[in-house]
Design a protein around this ligand. Structure first.
Ligand SMILES: C[S@@+](CC[C@H](N)C(=O)[O-])C[C@H]1O[C@@H](n2cnc3c(N)ncnc32)[C@H](O)[C@@H]1O
Length: 277
């Protein structure tokens, strides 16, 4: 740490996220300690990112408050334009690189309109309401506006287990929460290995190449197309399908829960595509 500060001082190294987080008193660093995860995924590309969106500017309703993360990102990503969305007016933070908008992430029409106008994005961070239904709604709208090989980050996913946020520790597999959404993404990564077409994982049409889930924060990496199976040929797929029918037909009803989540329902997905998503 002392060496890092010295190198920064003499101009041999750009400031670490930890240094910037303390400089701007950003709770991503001072409270949540997400700095190592962001450094790990984003330091190598920080000079390449041009268009970044963060949901949740901070400070809530208090006048002239918030902006800690946008200031931190402004220094960390030297060439990026930064968009901040919040349910409260944060225009006092606007400058030539920071642009704030009053948008509720659960309002999918406003979010779509915003994304159509200002996307696609090189990085999207959801640090907004931390409610599962809102996280899911925002991901559904915004994922199509994330560029390929870029990250969608969801912070504070521990709220999936907390009642105030629509989560549960008692029935944690049931409500629409961030962690349940992330579990579905594991299936989406593997959808090329599935032997039938009518599975919710395939119906999303989404392609995910990587999912990194850490304590309280997740990084989702988008890819252009679903990876095809690396092992199935026609004959082997037919065999696996036959065994699956024999062992599991009738149990597929268990998939209905996630097939009916707002994010994965066919009607909602096709509506989002019609909207330009
Ligand atoms: C944890 S703070 C964001 C902190 C900021 N990203 C940082 O790291 O410094 C959460 C913010 O999300 C905003 N928020 C709450 N519900 C929201 C919603 N439905 N849509 C958009 N923003 C929301 C709150 O007003 C608050 O300012």
């Amino acid at each position: 740490m002392a060496l890092q500060s010295l190198l920064t001082k003499i101009g041999c190294r750009s400031p670490s996220l930890e240094q910037l987080g303390h400089k701007y008193k950003c709770d991503k660093v001072t409270v949540h300690h997400y700095e190592d995860r962001y450094e790990q995924h984003l330091r190598p590309i920080r000079k390449d990112l041009r268009n970044i969106l963060e949901i949740g500017v901070g400070g809530g309703n208090a006048p002239n408050s918030g902006g800690e993360s946008l200031w931190m990102w402004q220094d960390y990503f030297p060439h990026a334009r930064l968009y901040g969305l919040d349910i409260y007016d944060k225009h006092h933070l606007d400058n030539n690189r920071i642009h704030t908008f009053i948008i509720d992430q659960s309002n999918t029409d406003s979010l779509s309109e915003f994304a159509r106008k200002h996307g696609p994005f090189d990085l999207i961070i959801d640090d907004g309401s931390h409610r599962g239904v809102d996280i899911t709604a925002a991901l559904r709208v915004l994922y199509p506006y994330l560029k390929d090989d870029c990250y969608y980050v969801i912070e504070d996913i521990q709220t999936s287990y907390w009642g105030d946020f629509g989560g549960s520790s008692i029935a944690y597999n049931v409500p629409e929460t961030a962690t349940n959404l992330l579990k579905h993404l594991i299936d989406i990564i593997h959808s090329g290995e599935m032997t039938c077409e009518d599975t919710p994982a395939k119906q999303t049409g989404w392609a995910v190449s990587e999912l990194h889930v850490y304590h309280n924060i997740a990084f989702i990496k988008k890819t252009a197309t679903v990876a095809p199976s690396r092992v199935l040929n026609q004959e082997y797929a037919a065999h696996q399908r036959m065994m699956d029918e024999k062992n599991n037909r009738g149990l597929e009803v268990a998939n209905q829960h996630w097939g009916q989540d707002a994010v994965f329902r066919h009607d909602v997905l096709s509506k989002s595509c019609q909207n330009g998503g």
